[in-house]
Design a protein around this ligand. Structure first.
Ligand code: FES
Length: 79
């Protein structure tokens, strides 16, 4: 599964660093290093709705406070 987090300036201001760090911790915690590939990308053209995250190409907007529940719902449950 390929998970890409936007690190463009708007998403950075909305907390993309927190989302990246939380996802990294959760991937480690669930031993998903071989199954989930995390990467960063600059502006995905969907600024302002939340931090842009794509999961296998599907776009989502994630609030940093929702990073863990998003991970459980969209990544852990589907990987
Ligand atoms: S900065 Fe993230 S979508 Fe534009």
């Amino acid at each position: 599964m390929k998970v890409t987090i936007c690190v463009g300036s708007t998403c950075h201001l909305m907390g993309s660093k927190t989302v990246v760090e939380r996802f990294q911790q959760l991937v480690e915690q669930h031993h998903l290093e071989d199954r989930v590939e995390l990467s960063g990308k600059f502006c995905m053209g969907k600024c302002g709705e939340g931090v842009s995250v794509t999961v296998d190409g599907v776009h989502h907007a994630v609030a940093p406070s929702d990073a863990e529940s998003f991970f459980e719902r969209e990544i852990l449950a589907k990987v």
